[in-house]
Design a protein around this ligand. Structure first.
Ligand code: PEP
Length: 251
């Protein structure tokens, strides 16, 4: 059975002390109440080392929200996958729609980041998803296909067990609009089909595909009940311990 994952993406929120406090409360919760899903906290870079100490020997995993496309060197302000790994983090989000749109990260750079992160030993949560106009004009399958083919399909099959895909319709991120469970299922099934054609049925069946976009305690169970939805990437609701743990419990 493929792995279920619920990952919280804190984005650019939480000063250090607040973040450590939130991590501590999430960690304490899952130490006493193990979850059916793997729980991941994707924090800002500055929190990683401190949160890693809190999560040590517990049930919750740690991730970053981005990484550099180069392994080291004169790249002022960048953070390499090896640096992320050295904090104790095991995951990195790559290709979030906010990176694609505000920082103009295209498929070429995202593919470089993904290959470097995987070869460093990180697991990658690779995001894809269409904007509202692409949904309305019916182009959404083509858009997601293009992001996945160009972002992931030169990754060797042996590394695919370290790849998680997050389908995040951009029109649903932080907007309060959620894809219907049927819309999520339709796209997740399509994505799994792309992986099946490229890598074969076994790899596709083992691929964890997360839904992201205004997931909250009130809608999580219905979305997670769909057969190709293997968990969620959670933004706003991951900033509140009770909401986040309730979403995890919905698995
Ligand atoms: C996200 O940013 O990945 C996300 C899903 O955000 P939100 O849950 O706030 O829509």
């Amino acid at each position: 059975m493929r792995k279920k994952i619920v990952a919280g993406n804190w984005k650019m929120n939480m000063e250090l002390a607040e973040g450590l406090k939130l991590a501590e409360s999430v960690d304490t919760y899952f130490r006493s109440k193990p979850s059916k899903a793997e729980v991941v906290l994707c924090t800002p870079y500055i929190h990683l080392a401190g949160v890693s100490q809190i999560l040590k020997d517990g049930k919750v995993c740690l991730g970053a929200q981005n990484c550099a496309s180069e392994p080291s060197g004169a790249f002022t302000g960048e953070i390499s996958p090896a640096m992320i790994l050295s904090t104790g983090a095991g995951y990195v989000i790559i290709g979030h729609s906010e990176r694609r749109s505000y920082y103009h990260e295209d498929n070429t750079i995202l593919n470089r980041k993904t290959r470097l992160a995987l070869s460093t030993g990180l697991k990658v949560i690779f995001c894809c998803g269409e904007v509202l106009g692409e949904r309305e004009s019916g182009k959404y399958f083509d858009v997601v296909k293009n992001q996945i083919e160009n972002g992931l399909f030169n990754i060797p099959a042996e590394e695919m067990n370290s790849v998680v895909v997050a389908y995040e319709p951009v029109w649903a991120i932080g907007t309060g609009l959620t894809a219907t469970p049927e819309q999520a299922q339709e796209m997740h099934q399509y994505i799994r089909g792309l992986f099946s054609e490229k890598y074969g049925k076994e790899i596709a069946d083992n691929l964890t595909i997360l839904y992201g976009g205004s997931c909250k305690p009130s809608n999580a169970a219905e979305i997670f009940s769909k057969p190709d939805v293997d968990g969620g990437l959670i933004g706003g609701a991951a900033l509140k311990k009770d909401d986040f743990t309730a979403i995890v419990e919905a698995i």
